[in-house]
Design a protein around this ligand. Structure first.
Ligand code: ADP
Ligand code: MG
Length: 172
């Protein structure tokens, strides 16, 4: 596979927290698709969704995914990127896809501690554990289908880095 890594998983799974040091370990550039969308449309994702809807956000996100898919890039993706079959196929064919797997309880617990870092319009209007459970029920099969490597998102970051680097280097 080409030297591109995609981190997938729900909000709060640790894509940013793991992605930054993992990109350093591999000497890759770290890219966050949400940050790129925000940069390109000059507004927060909450604002964008409120003004133009989720479909508009998903379209911009898909465009950004294709722009940033360059060798030696580590791409931290939005939690819903796997909803589009084209995005799953694209990531699969262009790089390594790493799924950071966590339960709804773990995700909800993490998000409750960092609300400001995860400001997003609620997808369902439910309490946070219920919302994450519902989101995972829809997306978990897609994350698993798309992933080359599945990791337990509750393991310490240095262990995750070792594990992923080993998997990629032994396969290369
Ligand atoms: P994402 O980018 O996937 O939305 P973040 O990287 O922002 O998730 O992480 C969400 C929260 O979970 C942060 O507070 C972070 O410190 C914590 N976290 C992430 N990964 C781990 C981990 N492996 N162990 C413990 N806490 C973690
Ligand atoms: Mg993030």
């Amino acid at each position: 596979k080409k030297p591109i890594i995609y981190l997938i998983g729900a909000r709060g799974a640790g894509k940013t927290t793991l992605g930054k040091p993992l990109s350093h370990a591999l000497l890759y550039d770290f890219i966050d698709t949400d940050a790129r969308v925000t940069q390109q449309c000059q507004m927060s994702i909450a604002e964008l969704v409120e003004r133009s809807g989720w479909d508009c956000f998903r379209e911009l996100e898909s465009d950004v995914l294709r722009q940033v898919s360059q060798p030696q890039h580590l791409v931290s993706t939005g939690g819903g990127i796997v909803m589009a079959p084209e995005n799953r196929a694209f990531m699969q064919s262009t790089g390594w896809v790493v799924y950071l797997r966590a339960t709804a309880e773990v995700l909800a617990e993490r998000l409750s501690h960092t609300p400001q870092a995860h400001q997003r319009p609620s997808l369902t209007g439910k309490c946070i554990v219920g919302e994450m459970a519902e989101v995972l029920q829809k997306r978990e099969p897609l994350y698993l289908e798309c992933a080359d490597i599945v990791v337990d998102a509750t393991r310490p970051i240095p262990e995750l880095i070792d594990h992923i680097c080993n998997r990629i280097h032994t396969a290369a």
